[in-house]
Design a protein around this ligand. Structure first.
Ligand code: SAM
Length: 372
């Protein structure tokens, strides 16, 4: 059973009779050339005629990392952008987080998507699905399965900075869904959205942003990101967005403090990345993971707290960073939304919410929105 907020003409209050298309839509496995990405740093690799890999350097290169680390660790308070968690190991750790019993987000969003997918596909009728921060694209399979039909080809464009996760997902998807073609864009959101593969193409586009990742942005930045998605949309295009909701503090705190310590490893991975890429000397044992829900700001804050007073050298930046005992680096925020705060977000980005789905416990939202 799920609730549907009535945001458009002719919609009912509740919506509980949706059937999910089954595995009969899966196609015969299609063998893929297992070569990894070869060729120039920036360019296109064709693994077979149904998957193209496009690499852009922007957003993932050294110059950005160096600049962001210098800026973040010399500021007060110290901060680091969350995108640097996601090297190959970070992406694997994120997948493991999704499987922890405490991290309800993935399971709830997946279940909700299964319940509403036919309605989403009927409403949006996509020829192209463009996903931001797609990672392993596991939940997206639900959407692809429902959107692929016998007559019209479906194109999937995945955008992520995590190359390994993207390529593995792209290969898996073309094996699983044979009428599908895939464009993998190794790029940050901004460069991905402006890529010619996204700008061009026939038919309705459905932009997808799942996982509650919108919560990693401060309000103004979230409005800016949704506005830049909107800037790529025609009147018939739609955005499907997943957002985590305000709920019991204990449930939220547990989700970011799993007993096995996977989230702690994920958090510390950013220091590993900086050690490797910028020749830094962070001792991971001397930092501890701290994550808590701040009800006033309706967000989880994730920190790395220095256990002692220490100096850390970052050779590639010719920089030494001093930490007081218990001083922390803010590594991620994860904002939690209400129906009202989501409505405000879309309104400020000049988008109209057409559907707002939630499970019975109101743990998560899936929203379909169109340009105003
Ligand atoms: C929280 S995970 C969500 C993954 C997936 N969408 C899901 O729902 O499970 C965020 C994803 O966004 C990617 N990402 C983070 N920052 C990014 C950026 N600035 N540009 C592009 N991708 C980014 C990460 O590599 C990761 O795959």
């Amino acid at each position: 059973m799920l609730h549907l907020h009535n945001t458009g003409p002719g919609l009912s209050e509740t919506h509980n009779d949706i059937t999910v298309l089954g595995a009969q839509r899966e196609r015969r496995a299609h063998r893929v050339d297992s070569r990894r990405l070869v060729g120039p740093e920036e360019g296109i690799a064709v693994l077979n005629d149904r998957i193209h890999i496009h690499k852009t350097q922007q957003g993932t290169d050294h110059a950005d990392l160096a600049q962001d680390v210098r800026y973040g660790l010399t500021g007060i308070p110290k901060t680091l952008p969350p995108k640097y968690f996601y090297d190959e190991r970070g992406s694997e750790l994120f997948e493991q987080i999704c499987d922890t019993p405490e991290y309800y987000l993935t399971r709830v969003e997946h279940g909700l998507l299964q319940d509403v997918v036919n309605d989403v596909v009927a409403l949006t009728d996509p020829a192209v699905i463009v996903e931001l921060g797609s990672g392993s694209s596991k939940k997206t399979e639900v959407l692809l399965r429902a959107a692929i039909d016998e007559v019209s080809p479906l194109r999937y464009i995945s955008i992520d900075i995590s190359e390994q996760a993207l390529v593995e997902a792209g290969e898996r998807l073309i094996r699983r869904f044979s009428p599908l073609t895939v464009d993998v864009l190794v790029a940050d959101y901004e460069n991905g959205l402006n890529h010619e593969r996204v700008r061009n193409g026939e038919g309705n586009k459905l932009f997808v942003f799942l996982g509650g990742t919108i919560g990693n942005f401060e309000h103004d930045d979230a409005v800016e990101l949704i506005s830049s998605i909107r800037a790529q949309m025609d009147d018939d295009d739609r955005l499907l967005l997943g957002a985590d909701r305000v709920k019991d503090t204990a449930v939220l705190d547990r989700a970011y403090n799993d007993e096995e310590g996977v989230t702690a490893q994920f958090n510390k991975n950013v220091l590993r990345v900086i050690n490797r890429e910028l020749d830094a000397a962070f001792d991971l044992e001397s930092f501890e993971h701290r994550a808590f829900y701040d009800p006033h700001r309706a967000r989880i804050e994730m920190h790395l707290v220095s256990r002692l007073s220490q100096q850390v050298t970052i050779s590639a930046l010719d920089l030494t960073v001093g930490f007081d005992r218990r001083e922390s680096i803010l590594t991620e925020i994860s904002r939690k939304f209400t129906v009202e705060s989501l409505a405000r977000l879309f309104r400020e980005a000049d988008m109209v919410i057409e559907r707002h789905y939630e499970p019975e416990n109101g743990y998560f939202s899936l929203i379909v929105a169109r340009p105003q």
